[in-house]
Design a binder for this molecule. Structure first.
Ligand code: UD1
Length: 356
């Protein structure tokens, strides 16, 4: 079987890692196309190096732009790539502009399309990711869902017959890296004692960054905490804060560049809590048994809020106590599988090729 993966943004590199390993282990051919949506070394190259992902076979180098410009640039570059490789499956990941563009290119060339992490829904149509994931699911020939909740959403939209629950591939990586870094003391910015209580924070969603008043309220709430806050700053946050004149090192804030994946896992494992608007980090906090406060009105990963591991705090009323929350005592649930999603996904892909 020949699979062509389309990736471009940081969370997709994380998901690609176990898929690339599973395809290799099963002896399948794998072409990796990097769209170039994320291009800073800390947003891209370090993930390939740390997670031992083979270098991309094709790099489209599209870079940043408005949604239409970025999606269109990927789309127009993809035809030639897909024509040349003629894969058995085009595999797209998650919900970014790279996902949607890869999906559109594949279906317009009548190439079989599989969507990994299918069926997630926030039901918030203001999120660009919600459109990307809904459109991609409906374009796909095969929806590889991470959870039963996602399978339910796909069934509600008439997609049950082409959907399979393979488990969550980010859990595969997260558990592997957790075991690798366990016992290590996290490397934190100067001024934050890794053995004393601290919080980890990330903010990058348009709803939190693009309105200066909202961004100021979020940053003020974090800066006012009495526990040190390690703010792993996405370039979008840095850019928006700079234009709005907002100081990302005020009060308790200790700003650092985005961390490589193993260092991020280590930092979360040892923290008192996570404050974020990232989907992936909410789930990683849950998997690493760290309480999470999510600065959004909803989450796609609803399993994280059962038992109280994750709480939604769009109005910034609970963030002040983020470091004081005790971990829930209920028996840990495992809604994301046991860390073997990628080999399962690869097996399903291989079975479905033979059926064609
Ligand atoms: C994208 C995804 C989002 C995902 C996130 C992970 C979409 C619609 N959104 O959001 O779902 O959670 O990636 O990080 O695809 N920039 C740099 N260097 C980079 C990348 C970005 O400086 O390597 C800056 C640019 O100013 C750019 C901005 O960040 O315009 C936003 O980047 P973009 O890829 O458009 O969206 P993200 O916010 O990263």
């Amino acid at each position: 079987m020949k699979v062509l993966s389309v990736v471009g943004a940081r969370p997709q590199f994380v998901k690609l890692a176990p898929i690339a390993a599973a395809l290799d282990a099963a002896g399948h051919e794998h072409i990796i196309v990097h769209t170039g949506q994320h291009y800073d070394a800390l947003m891209s190259d370090v993930f390939f190096a740390d997670l031992q992902i083979p270098a991309p076979d094709v790099h489209l180098g599209v870079g940043s732009g408005s949604h239409g410009v970025q999606t269109g640039a990927i789309l127009s570059a993809m035809d030639a790539v897909l024509d040349e490789h003629q894969p058995d499956w085009v595999l797209v990941y998650g919900d970014t502009n790279s996902t949607l563009a890869g999906a559109l290119s594949a279906v317009k060339l009548h190439l079989p399309l599989a969507h990994l992490e299918a069926g997630l829904r926030s039901f918030n149509r203001r999120m660009p990711e919600e459109h990307n994931r809904v459109l991609t699911d409906h374009a796909a020939d095969l929806c590889l869902a991470p959870t039963e909740v996602a399978m339910g959403h796909l069934a509600n939209e008439g997609l049950a017959e082409r959907s399979v629950n393979v488990g969550d591939v980010m859990t595969d990586v997260c558990f592997r890296v957790r075991d690798m870094v366990s016992g290590q003391i996290p490397v934190l910015p100067a001024g934050v004692d890794p053995l004393a209580p601290y919080l980890v924070a990330t903010i990058h969603r348009a709803d939190n960054t693009d309105d200066p008043a909202r961004l100021r309220a979020v940053v003020d709430a974090l800066a006012a905490l009495t526990t040190p806050v390690v703010l792993m700053a996405h370039p979008r946050l840095v850019n928006r804060a700079r234009s709005a004149g907002i100081n990302l090192t005020a009060g308790s804030l200790h700003m650092i560049d985005p961390l490589p994946y193993p260092q991020m896992v280590s930092a979360v494992m040892h923290s008192r809590g996570v404050v974020t608007d990232s989907g992936g980090l909410q789930k990683e906090a849950f998997l690493l048994r760290t309480p999470c406060t999510t600065l959004r009105t909803e989450t796609e990963w609803t399993e994280t809020i059962q038992d109280g591991w994750n709480i939604l705090d769009p109005d910034l009323v609970l963030v002040g106590t983020a470091a004081d929350r005790e971990p829930p005592t209920a028996e840990p649930a495992a809604p994301y599988g046991n860390g073997t999603a990628a080999p399962t996904a690869v097996r399903v892909l291989a079975e479905r090729v033979q059926e064609k």
